[in-house]
Design a protein around this ligand. Structure first.
Ligand SMILES: [Zn+2]
Length: 301
């Protein structure tokens, strides 16, 4: 594990490239951050999880913030937008947030103006932070001026409730200006349902982490590759250390539902050999999942 004070270098900014059929995928990072190990692994005892994720002296583990840019040939889609630059100094310090995503776009040669679709799996601040950018004079402007943004209506409504349990996770400047201007489309996808966004890209609702968590399916009709289906599963399975069906997070609003939804996900992702894209795995941003000889899901990179 890297030391928390270590600054990201350019190889940290682009976490990988791959193809899904004819689609090109580039995994960009907003910079790794540090999350509380206990919160990340819920009821799993530390002697078990620390074999997979080293903790620092404040019990924090290193986590990625992976934005996936998909070039389909017709559209340039950004899935998720990291933490952004709007955290309070206190939270920025707690998470050691780096606000690197604009540098990652530049390093990859992708201009924000090229993005025509942005999809947020949910609206916790570590998934939609660069939807908007706070300028030095305090204004909040869209980071992707030519994009249509998509998020679930229930996430916006939940954020507005500002409940004791998770008010801190919702920063309204990440979405309210876009809803107000009409630049964000709100989806009503119900649990288990799939909604098409553009050809080859759709979202499916997997409740549990939040009531309306959206996974993003990437399915290319191309004939050039055997890997034709990828899925950004977001916080249902945040890292490759969380593959066991019961290793759900303390953050999850409904951990029992998470377990059931993971089973539903594996029932297709494993036999159909989906490329699984992880939202918070800095070192293994994607891979295939298989069952080992004990029947447990394991990563195959
Ligand atoms: Zn998250």
């Amino acid at each position: 594990m890297q030391h928390p004070s270590e600054r990201p270098n350019s190889s940290d900014l682009i976490r990988g490239r791959t193809t899904v059929g004819d689609f090109e995928l580039t995994i960009l990072s907003d910079g790794w951050y540090l999350g509380d190990g206990g919160a990340m692994f819920g009821v799993v005892p530390k002697p078990l999880w620390e074999k997979r994720a080293l903790a620092d002296d404040q019990n924090r583990v290193l986590l990625g913030l992976n934005t996936v840019v998909v070039r389909t040939g017709r559209h340039t889609v950004a899935i998720e937008t990291g933490i952004g630059n709007k955290l309070s100094p206190k939270l920025r310090d707690i998470y050691a947030a780096k606000a690197q995503l604009p540098h990652a776009f530049a390093a990859a040669g992708i201009r924000p103006e090229e993005i025509d679709i942005v999809i947020n799996s949910h609206l916790h601040f570590d998934h939609c932070g660069w939807n908007t950018t706070q300028t030095p004079d305090g204004r909040v402007v869209p980071t992707f001026p030519n994009a249509r943004y998509f998020a679930h209506r229930g996430e916006v409504e939940h954020g507005h409730l500002q409940l004791e349990r998770d008010a801190i996770s919702y920063i309204s400047d990440n979405y309210d200006p876009l809803v107000g201007s009409g630049q964000m489309t709100l989806l009503d996808t119900r649990p288990g349902e799939t909604t098409p966004i553009v050809p080859g890209i759709s979202v499916e609702c997997f409740p549990g982490h939040t009531a309306q968590l959206l996974a993003v399916h990437v399915e290319s009709p191309g004939l050039t590759s055997t890997a034709q289906h990828a899925c950004y599963i977001s916080d249902l399975i945040p890292t490759s250390a969380h593959l066991d069906i019961t290793w759900v997070m303390g953050f999850d609003l409904d951990p029992i539902r998470c377990i059931a939804e993971r089973k539903r996900f594996y029932a297709r992702a494993i036999p159909e050999q989906w490329l699984v894209l992880f939202t918070h795995d800095h070192h293994a941003p994607f891979g295939h999942i298989a069952l080992n000889d004990k029947g447990k899901p394991v990563l195959q990179i």
